[in-house]
Design a protein around this ligand. Structure first.
Ligand code: URP
Ligand code: ZN
Ligand code: ZN
Ligand code: ZN
Length: 474
């Protein structure tokens, strides 16, 4: 008996999973992986991957696209440019947010983001919700119904005037998550501590972007991380502490994990590749606004702590927190934003990074011997798939999984330059960074959606994924 000819065979590469690596050929039919063997018969299309790594397509579980700002600024990426940038950076799935504005129904928010994304996406996607207005209607009806429809995770904020939930509200949201088996992502920074520091800095005339890093102190992040963990323990709900910036909040997470709580943690490229000194700009000038994000990057000691945490399992996820704003162009944070120039508190928070996430972690982590290849795959693809209810359809190179594959050249050297990137932002915070290791081809369900030679595919073929429930443990 002869099996049908595969649609695609990728030959001669090294397959990497979260657990091991081995030389094998891989066959794809109907968009799924059908064979992994030392040698497989010829396919309708053949790719020679000699010298390359075959990685599960990157899953960026924390990106902001087309998110409404409410202050007149606009995001530099919608779903089109944001997902083009994602695939050029080796990703096959992104999880952006559907933001509920206060006074808006959750159902309406989700529908609005679907409308923006429909037919625009170069990779697969699914939405987390952001809950800013936990009314009885939202908690009692909308949230439970949406979780059952596959929106199985949502983010809550412990700061920002237009999004912050108080402790009573956090506990109520956590309760619904526990009942419905959903996962809560927490932005853990203490609102009152930030406001207090901001006011004191302003009174002292310290309004340059650099002082954002002082206002958003490590103490405020540590305190909120502890509070979120305590509330989650009280309610017995799993939580993810997202965008953890350094040693202080990590110690709280390690304490929780040691005690067996279902607490997960995410960190991001800005916390290994930037420090607070970047916010100084050229001479405490407005250049520093290019690096304003929350929590802000910290110092070298925190970078070292983060590398240790990436190795030892303190961190489960490495996401970009891609949140792009223009620096020069109208509607952004910079030249055209007079209010932002008067004080750091008006600078929109967030930096671009969906395209540079994998190269930065590979180069700084794998190429420099700080983490293994297997750990790289776990942090960037397998764990996000498992934690957010997409495994093993996504995040694994196994028979039957979606053929989402990134061909990676571990030797490729380049310098990060804005002009090479596909995002909508008009700068990269990583300009000039030297990188070893780059994605040379991104394959989504068996179709090449990006290649070095051909660029990004002509048409967007990404689809929406309803997700399953999260495990309480990874
Ligand atoms: O500064 C950041 N991280 N902006 C994006 C929104 C968020 O809090 O993740
Ligand atoms: Zn072979
Ligand atoms: Zn956040
Ligand atoms: Zn974010």
């Amino acid at each position: 008996m002869t099996a049908a000819q595969p649609d695609l065979v990728i030959r001669g590469g090294t397959i990497v999973t979260a657990a091991d690596r081995f030389r094998a050929d891989l066959a794809v039919s109907g968009g799924r992986i059908t064979q992994i063997a030392e040698h497989v018969a010829g396919g309708a299309e053949e790719i020679d991957a000699t010298g390359l790594l075959l990685l599960p397509g990157g899953i960026d579980a924390h990106v902001h696209l087309a998110q409404e700002q409410g202050d007149g600024t606009v995001m530099a990426d919608g779903f089109g440019s944001g997902t083009r940038s994602a695939v050029a950076g080796g990703n096959t799935t992104v999880l952006p947010f559907a933001l509920q504005r206060r006074g808006q129904s959750l159902r309406e928010a989700v529908a609005a983001y679907h409308a923006l994304a429909e037919g625009q996406c170069w990779c697969d996607l699914s939405f987390h919700m952001i809950i800013t207005d936990p009314t009885p209607q939202v908690l009692g009806q909308e949230l439970p119904a949406l979780v059952r429809e596959g929106y199985t995770s949502f983010k809550v904020f412990m700061t920002y005037d237009d999004m912050v939930l108080n402790d009573a509200q956090l506990l109520e949201v956590f309760d619904v998550a526990r009942r419905e088996g959903a996962l809560v992502m927490v932005h853990a920074e203490g609102h009152d501590a930030i406001k207090h520091m901001t006011r004191k800095l302003e009174e002292a005339g310290q309004t340059a972007p650099y002082f954002h890093a002082e206002a958003h102190s490590r103490i405020a992040e540590r305190e909120a991380t502890h509070r979120a963990i305590s509330h989650a323990e009280l309610v017995d709900v799993p939580v993810v502490i997202v965008h953890v910036s350094g040693r202080d909040p990590m110690e709280q997470i390690q304490w929780a994990k040691r005690r067996g709580l279902n607490v997960f943690a995410e960190t991001c490229p800005q916390y290994i590749a930037l420090t607070r000194d970047d916010l100084k700009g050229l001479n405490m000038d407005f250049e520093g606004a290019k690096y304003v994000c929350s929590p802000p990057p910290r110092d070298h000691d925190s970078q070292e702590a983060i590398w240790q945490g990436l190795r030892d399992g303190t961190f489960d996820l490495f996401s970009s927190d891609h949140c792009p704003f223009f620096f020069e162009e109208a509607g952004g944070r910079g030249k055209d934003n007079p209010r932002a120039r008067t004080a750091f508190k008006w600078v929109p928070n967030g930096i671009p990074g969906v395209e540079t996430r994998l190269p930065i972690l590979f180069s700084e982590g794998v190429s420099k011997g700080r983490i293994t290849l297997e750990r790289f795959v776990a942090l960037t693809a397998t764990n996000p798939a498992r934690l957010y209810g997409m495994y093993p359809q996504k995040g694994a190179l196994v028979i039957g999984a979606d053929a989402d594959i990134t061909l990676w050249d571990p030797q490729r050297r380049c310098t990060l330059r804005q002009e090479h990137l596909h995002h909508g932002a008009d700068y990269t915070p990583y300009e000039g960074m030297e990188i070893t290791g780059w994605p040379v081809r991104t394959i989504l369900r068996g179709q090449t959606v990006f290649s070095e030679a051909g660029g990004v595919a002509e048409r967007p073929e990404g689809t929406y994924l309803a997700r399953g429930k999260s495990p309480r443990r990874l």
